[in-house]
Design a protein around this ligand. Structure first.
Ligand SMILES: NC(=O)c1ccc[n+]([C@@H]2O[C@H](COP(=O)([O-])OP(=O)(O)OC[C@H]3O[C@@H](n4cnc5c(N)ncnc54)[C@H](OP(=O)(O)O)[C@@H]3O)[C@@H](O)[C@H]2O)c1
Length: 325
């Protein structure tokens, strides 16, 4: 299958490497607003054509489009690609407002041959399945999931620049960038919560630098801590009464430990060096086998995740420029 990409930052290069490792996807087209930026990505792989016109890019013979543009562009670019008859892999967050889910559904209904996936890499990490398996075997009594990383762009923000990820124009901030991993993991592991509330700490630009959320389930609560202005070294934990499952963070599943009163057991399994390899393998398999059941499962999960993301912003002052008025 021929792959086209939108966005030329490091994440796109990492995804193309992972996609080509599947042996089923090959880079054929790169969209960039700038010919020279597109050319340097194409040069890194030795093949592919650069487009600076979106319509021409979407009219090319690519089968699959990977979208890694700023968050606020994801839904509209995904809809344009679906309408052009391309399968679509969209970086997290798939949407920035839950109303866009209906727009995506409408486009998919008009193009039943097309599959759409949110590229939320941790869902495909083999350690994610290990955790899911533990949860299936033991009654959960709560969880604290943390993902806080000092952003490589925060210094520029503090210096008065306007990096996309710290703007409401591009739907940036902690919830959209890192919180989405926590919400995505919680919904995939525990299901859709009964209620979801968020206490964001807003920066002067209007996005959340960090925040704390609570997902309420009938028998337990899940606390989420997310942030882009500090580094957290604390582990994430899922509680099972006396026993605890501890791991780095839902976004980085390297070190899984089962902590019982009388013993500690290492549960981690090896995963690929490139953290996008497992998701690329999944997408390549599902697309090549036209596994519509797997697509529907992931699409249902994505809709649940982004309904919860919308619930979390309800009643807060975390408002993006493109939100429906
Ligand atoms: N899965 C992961 O591990 C992971 C890691 C990092 C990022 N991401 C996701 O990848 C996406 C991109 O993140 P990023 O940090 O790379 O974003 P970014 O640097 O702000 O923008 C990504 C690309 O979009 C294009 N772009 C930038 N500003 C634009 C504008 N004003 N209008 C239109 N296009 C613009 C640029 O490509 P051109 O200049 O070539 O057009 C740029 O390379 C985000 O959704 C993020 O959540 C995922």
């Amino acid at each position: 299958m021929l792959l086209g990409t939108i966005g030329t930052n490091w994440i796109t290069k990492q995804f193309i490497e992972a996609a080509e490792l599947t042996g089923q996807l090959q880079l054929a087209a790169v969209y960039s607003r700038h010919a020279d930026t597109g050319a340097s990505l194409v040069d890194a792989f030795g093949h592919g054509q650069v487009y600076t016109n979106m319509q021409a890019f979407l009219a090319s013979d690519v089968d699959v489009v990977y979208i890694a543009s700023p968050n606020a562009l994801h839904a509209q670019q995904a809809i344009a690609a679906i309408n052009a008859g391309k399968h679509v892999l969209v970086e997290k967050p798939l949407v920035t407002h839950p109303s866009q889910l209906a727009d995506l559904q409408h486009a998919l209904d008009a193009h039943p041959e097309v599959m759409l996936f949110e590229a939320m890499r941790q869902l495909y990490d083999p350690n994610f399945a290990v955790i899911k398996d533990v949860i299936a075997k033991h009654p959960v009594s709560g969880a604290t999931l943390t993902y806080m990383k000092y952003s490589s762009r925060y210094d520029a923000y503090l210096a008065g620049e306007n990096p996309n990820i710290f703007t409401t124009k591009f739907a940036g901030g902690a919830l959209m960038d890192l919180g989405v991993y926590l919400v995505g993991s919680a919904v995939a592991w525990f299901g859709k919560p009964q209620s979801a509330t968020y206490l964001p700490h807003l920066l002067a630009s209007g996005v959340d630098g960090d925040g704390v959320a609570r997902l309420a389930y009938p028998d337990f609560d899940v606390v989420l801590r997310m942030g882009k202005t500090t580094n957290a070294y604390t582990t994430s934990e899922i509680y099972f009464g006396r026993d605890t499952l501890s791991f780095d963070s839902p976004g980085e599943l390297n070190d899984l430990r089962w902590l019982a009163t009388d013993q500690t057991q290492q549960l981690s399994v090896p995963h690929a060096d490139n953290p996008m390899v497992e998701e690329a393998n999944f997408f390549a398999r599902v697309l090549s086998e036209h596994d519509t059941a797997a697509f529907q499962r992931q699409w249902t999960l994505a809709k649940q995740i982004h309904t919860v993301m919308g619930d979390l912003r309800q009643g807060t002052d975390l408002i993006f420029e493109m939100d429906p008025k």
